[in-house]
Structures are given as structure tokens and as C-alpha cells.
Design a protein. Structure first.
Ligand code: ADP
Ligand code: MG
Length: 244
């Protein structure tokens, strides 16, 4: 049985002014797949995943998310409902409690009651191992803890797809592991994930596919074993030598 991909990117082209940042990108991601996106700085990784939740518009091609063609979408609500995103900077509300940060969107955007939102938030905070910090202000937490709260906050909207844009790049090294562990748990639970990261161990262990982007193009798309053993292009080898 074949299913339609949950994300379908076809002939996607995007420019920032004269700068051509995505060049005829095609990509299908099926439900439950974990796709890691690698590539040098400025290659278009962030722009690509931001097109999937309509944080960025595009000029040509189409991005279809769970059957919604984004170029024709009048309202953002269907995408925001289905696609969660975690950024390098956690973007929590620092003066609100951890619990409030996670409760906010489900109350405002999904119409949950206080009690429902609290239950859901506490369950998620337990899942990311941070339940006992629920009443602290977000700003009092370490970077790794804040990023775990940011993941819980995204999950509170019950997305079908989670996008991660270098979620551990702003963290002190000793906090990277705790965030990757939460992401591993999410992967095991069957979430569809599109992850920009430089964490090669995560790519090897968790990804079904590893993409290599350079200058706005997807140049490689292979299972990690194959990708790391024998990258097709010299450019990929050079990149891997630099980051390894
Ligand atoms: P990556 O995430 O791989 O580092 P980005 O997607 O952030 O790459 O950027 C791709 C290119 O687009 C870069 O040359 C970057 O400078 C440019 N760019 C990104 N965002 C903007 C923007 N808002 N306005 C103009 N140029 C941008
Ligand atoms: Mg980026």
C-alpha cells in the first residue's frame, strides 16, 4: 500500500531579492519518516524547512503539507495546527512560568480549557523530563531545559510533523545530550521529523534519510549508512571532513 507523502515539495524555487536560495527543490517525506538535513551555512536549510510551515513564502513550485497546497492556502491555521517547530533560540516567554509557556497556544488557538491545557502541559513536561520545574519562570532554566520546554510547547499543539532548526546549536556542550534524547524519544514514538543539525551521531542513529544541501540544492538524499559510507559528491566529502 502506498500513501501520499505527508510533505511533498515540488519544483520549489525561492529568491530573497536577487539571491536564488532554493533551486528547483523536490522532496517527498512520508508519515513517520525522520529526515536530517545537512549542509554548510547559507546553503538554504533553514529557508527550506521554514517553507514547510509557511514562515517563508516562495515564488515558484508547491509545498503540500498533509494535502494542503501552501501556495493556495488563505489562512495559516491548517499548517500551524499540523506543523510544530523548534528553533535554535528557544523563544520562550521568559517572564511566564514553564507551565504557562506550554499551556498558552492550546488555550488561545485550540480552544482548550485551563484544566485541559494544564493536564496536557504537565503530561508533556513529564515526557521531556521537566515536570518538577513547571512553576519556575522559563528564564530560570538552563538552556537545555528551556529547549526541552520549547519541544513540549510545540507538542502541545499535537502536530503531525515536527521541524527542528539546529535545536542544539545554541547550547553548552553538556546540555546537547538531554535535548537529543528527547528528540530520539519523539522519533521512536513515530513522529514525522525534519531536522537541520550538525549532530552526526543523531543523523546516523535516528535518520531514515540524510539530505545534503549546498547553494540551494539538495545534492544527496540517502539512508545514513550509505550517506556516510560513500557520499556521491566531492563537495559532500569535503563538508563531512570539516564537521566530523
Ligand atoms: P542555512 O540555514 O543553510 O544556513 P539559510 O536558509 O538561512 O541557510 O539562508 C540561505 C541564504 O539566504 C543565505 O545566503 C542567507 O544569507 C539568505 N537569507 C536567509 N534569510 C534571508 C532574509 N530574510 N533576507 C535575505 N536573505 C536571506
Ligand atoms: Mg540555518
Amino acid at each position: 500500500m502506498t500513501q501520499d507523502p505527508i510533505i511533498r515539495i515540488q519544483g520549489l524555487n525561492k529568491w530573497f531579492g536577487a539571491l536564488h536560495v532554493l533551486k528547483d527543490v523536490n522532496l517527498d517525506v512520508h508519515a513517520g519518516q525522520k529526515v536530517v538535513v545537512l549542509g554548510p551555512s547559507g546553503s538554504g536549510k533553514s529557508t527550506l524547512i521554514r517553507c514547510v510551515n509557511k514562515l517563508e513564502d516562495f515564488q515558484q513550485g508547491e509545498v503540500t503539507v498533509d494535502g494542503h497546497p501552501l501556495s493556495r492556502l488563505k489562512r495559516l491555521e491548517p499548517v500551524r495546527r499540523e506543523v510544530g517547530m523548534v528553533f535554535q533560540q528557544f523563544n520562550l516567554f521568559p517572564h511566564l512560568t514553564v507551565l504557562r509557556n506550554v499551556m498558552l497556544a492550546p488555550i488561545k488557538l485550540r480552544g482548550l480549557s485551563e484544566a485541559e491545557a494544564r493536564d496536557r502541559a504537565l503530561t508533556l513536561l513529564r515526557r521531556v523530563g521537566i515536570e518538577e520545574q513547571a512553576d519556575k519562570h522559563a528564564a530560570q532554566l538552563s538552556g537545555g531545559q528551556q529547549q526541552r520546554v520549547a519541544i513540549a510547547r510545540a507538542l502541545a499543539m499535537e502536530p503531525k510533523i515536527m521541524l527542528f532548526d539546529e535545536p542544539t546549536s545554541a547550547l553548552d556542550p553538556e546540555m546537547v545530550g538531554e535535548v537529543l534524547d528527547v528528540m530520539r524519544g519523539l522519533a521512536t514514538g513515530g513522529m514525522t521529523m525534519l531536522v537541520v543539525t550538525h549532530e552526526m551521531g543523531f543523523a546516523r542513529d535516528v535518520a531514515d534519510r540524510v539530505l545534503f544541501m549546498d547553494r540551494g540544492e539538495i545534492l544527496e538524499d540517502a539512508p545514513p549508512a550509505e550517506f556516510f559510507r560513500q557520499p556521491k559528491l566531492e563537495r559532500t566529502r569535503t563538508f563531512l571532513h570539516r564537521v566530523a
